[in-house]
Design a binder for this molecule. Sequence first.
Ligand code: IMP
Ligand code: MG
Length: 178
Amino acid sequence: MSKVVQLHDLFFEPYISHFDLQQRIKELGNEISHDYANNRLYLLVVLSGAYRFAADLSGALQLETEIGFIKLHSYSGTSSTGVIHAQLPPSEDLKDKHVLIIEDVVDTGNTLEYLMGLEVLKAAKSVKIASLLFKPDAYKKDYPIHYQGFEIPDHFVVGYGLDYNGLGRNLNDLFQLK
Ligand code: IMP
Ligand code: MG
């Protein structure tokens, strides 16, 4: 396991190892494959944070899978601004498709609420959400988080796709603010 890392002005300590992330993602992959057995699944990946989770989770699925991307962000520094910006809205027709939204972390739920309201999802056959991390103490909405990797306290974390002002996404383990 790695040591404390500095990103900009802040220090982060090891939190969840790459190995433990991979073990849990395999379990999620089996659960999702079982639930959608014999169905094709459309993964809607929320960039940028979910890119690594999506890569590993998609590889753990024993299903016919399509992948699309949407780029959203609401964070500045270590707290949510509440204002969501969208780029790259998915152009494919999601009509009659089973859609699984892939998120890195559900925090306040503002981003999830925005996603659930997207016009392009209205015609989908079903919409569920898979998030690597969930912060129940910060969550202010009621949407069910169908597939959760880890429930974590309301602490800021980086690594494995998650960033602090642009840095830290390439770290293989998950780190928390010291
Ligand atoms: P929400 O809209 O408050 O639920 O925040 C969701 C988004 O904020 C996530 O998809 C992340 O991009 C970002 N975010 C929330 N918590 C963290 C964190 O601990 N580290 C890095 N990014 C985070
Ligand atoms: Mg995100």
